[in-house]
Ligand binder design. Sequence first.
Ligand code: MN
Length: 208
Amino acid sequence: EKHLMAHTLPALPYAYNALEPFIDELTMQIHHDKHHQAYVTNLNNALANVPELAEKSLESLLRDIASVPDSIRTAVRNNGGGHHNHTMFWEIMAPGGRGEPTGALAEAIASAFGSFADFKAKVTQNGVTRFGSGWSWLVVDGNHKLAVYSTANQDSPLMDGHTPLLGIDVWEHAYYLKYQNRRPDYLAAWWSTVNWDEIAKRFASALA
Ligand code: MN
């Protein structure tokens, strides 16, 4: 049996308890080891039915989701989106995350949204008001401009022609153990986990 190139779960880049007290250890463990793993497994299972897609990168599958065959498009959308979104989510957080961006990213945020505080309020509001499950995003759009919006389920900004820089998971599995129904409290705490250096790197490469 020929083994197809499979997508794999990346290791969490820090300990499960590293984001305490903002995100608790058990949530991180279940979120990474169970939820993210399930997206990877289900993506691989879907792609096994369409071997000609095996060599395509996840990013190109999502950017060109319309060309994925009908038979597996929903599975790739949900599980490929879930894999890509979570891989980024772990990387844009870090223990001892700093409160604010610096340099070119800080200037671009101020110019697009008025101030860092206004930007943060918009992204928070988009997360609070996303009905059901989804993500609140900062993206670089097709015109190389910063934009904020939210998506449902595991839909990726790549499917809309954008490049995601920051995404906040607002699925209940991301916060319910610690925050229960208080999504706004989770969102307020989340800003203390942000790895702005990683986001600045993604901003630079999106513009390159
Ligand atoms: Mn999640």
